[in-house]
Write a protein that binds this ligand. Structure first.
Ligand SMILES: Cc1cc2nc3c(=O)[nH]c(=O)nc-3n(C[C@H](O)[C@H](O)[C@H](O)COP(=O)(O)OP(=O)(O)OC[C@H]3O[C@@H](n4cnc5c(N)ncnc54)[C@H](O)[C@@H]3O)c2cc1C
Length: 405
């Protein structure tokens, strides 16, 4: 049998799941090559615990190779060019060719898109930014903290709201309560999940006296005095600005000829196939259309499920079977509220009339589930990881939710 090459670009959430799923089934029959520019993987959901001092970088970071199964060849290199017609990729360590390609390059952050952001705001979406936020909150004695969402789309639609809850809780416990405000261009929180979920989250923010400012698109930040200036003519001065910067598709994706006008890679919503045979895009870099002209939110949970689907269909093709796996648009997330409690959203984003999302009552149970999930993700392969997986699957089953790892 001819040995084929499956090339995976990006070793984040989607890339790891795709590579590991393939490796579990292939047992060396075909090559699995994973290319990532980073040596270390950081579990981004835990940045939120980092900002309030509950995690240190070493708790949430692992060498990428420690998270990959035997049989995955890890190449530490930057992807420079993708030629979908010739089935080749140019990298910083040389050219590569492939039979099947999985693009899971994520979304790039573009803080430079808002003048003043880099000087005045701390970036919630990087490890380094989260460390700086933690230090700033530790010594904070000001009166007002802004959590600023610059533009949509941004990954994990709940994350900035979780940050607001955790910061409010942290400062109150320290006996240094401050006014925490969220500024966002969105009309209500997590708009893709629908108005009902948005209103419920808004009520949760209000119950903690977090000031929610919808329809506030920032145009610039004046570093002198930390003044946020918005498109709607308003402005606001804050002591600390914690920001979610603009997102954009990685340059190499934008230049691949695979993208839409916005730079993201449109894919079939079931198979994640691009317009080129044998080339798939998953996770944040992909553009998936859902009902009402909306796009599927960018979240790790979707990258994870999509990777499983793409791996299953590649395996089927390699074995000469018909590829029949389909991504069902289902996803969930635990929303940290502070004080060891979390809410939980679980939904079908492919529902015909638009996303059908249920928000469960806040409880310690969801928070514990999120902690277990983090431990499972970062655990080395072996009995401990298996036990964590079992605990997560049983816990989900007990609550009747659609989580299966
Ligand atoms: C603070 C925060 C909290 C979050 N919380 C949650 C949550 O609770 N639940 C949830 O579902 N999602 C959450 N997310 C979102 C989640 O982390 C992302 O949606 C997910 O990581 C997307 O997976 P991906 O594989 O598409 O991209 P990524 O995981 O970002 O991986 C992309 C990889 O590609 C590599 N790469 C990029 N360009 C190149 C290049 N040119 N050459 C080589 N390598 C390259 C990068 O180094 C990276 O390793 C959160 C995100 C943040 C920032």
């Amino acid at each position: 049998m001819e040995r084929k090459t499956i090339l995976i670009l990006g070793g984040g959430v989607g890339g790891q799941v795709a590579a590991n799923t393939l490796a579990t089934h292939l047992n060396g029959r075909h090559r699995i090559v994973l290319v990532d520019k980073q040596r270390e993987f950081a579990f981004a959901p835990s940045f939120l615990w980092m900002i309030v001092g509950r995690r240190a970088p070493r708790d949430i970071q692992r060498p990428m190779e420690a998270l990959l199964r035997k049989g995955v060849e890890l190449v530490q290199a930057k992807t420079l060019r993708i030629d979908p017609a010739k089935k080749t990729v140019e990298t910083s360590v040389g050219p590569m060719s492939f039979d099947h390609l999985v693009i899971s390059l994520g979304a790039d952050l573009a803080p430079e898109k808002v003048p003043g952001f880099q000087e005045a705001a701390l970036n919630l979406y990087t490890m380094e930014g989260s460390s700086r936020i933690q230090k700033s909150l530790e010594g904070f004695s000001g009166r007002k903290v802004a959590v600023l969402i610059v533009s949509s789309p941004f990954k994990c639609p709940a994350a900035p709201y979780e940050a607001a809850f955790l910061i409010q809780d942290f400062l109150s416990r320290r006996g240094k309560p401050a006014e925490v405000c969220v500024f966002t261009p969105e009309p209500f929180p997590m708009p893709t999940a629908g108005q009902k979920v948005g209103e419920a989250l808004k009520a949760m923010l209000e119950s903690k006296a977090i000031r929610f400012n919808p329809n506030h698109k920032v145009t610039r930040i004046e570093p002198d005095g930390n003044r946020l200036v918005f498109e709607n003519g308003k402005s606001e001065t804050c002591d600390l600005i914690i920001g979610v910067p603009a997102h954009q598709a990685p340059k190499v994706a934008r230049e691949s000829g695979l993208t839409n006008e916005a730079g993201w890679i449109p894919v079939d919503r079931g198979t994640l196939a691009t317009k080129y045979e044998g080339i798939y895009a998953i996770g944040d870099v992909a553009a998936v259309q859902i009902a009402g002209g909306k796009a599927l939110p960018k979240a790790g949970i979707f990258a994870h499920s999509q990777a499983g689907v793409v791996a299953a269909n590649i395996l089927a093709r390699l074995d000469g079977r018909a590829p029949d796996a389909k991504f069902d648009g289902k996803g969930w997330c635990a929303i940290e509220l502070g004080g060891g409690s979390a809410a939980f959203g679980d939904g079908d984003f492919y529902a015909e009339g638009g996303p059908d999302v249920r928000l469960y009552e806040p409880s310690r149970y969801w928070h514990a589930g999120k902690v277990l999930f983090e431990k499972w993700w970062l655990a080395p392969f072996g009995p401990k990881r298996q036990a964590l997986r079992l605990a997560l699957n049983l816990g989900a089953k007990a609550r009747g939710i659609s989580v299966s790892l």
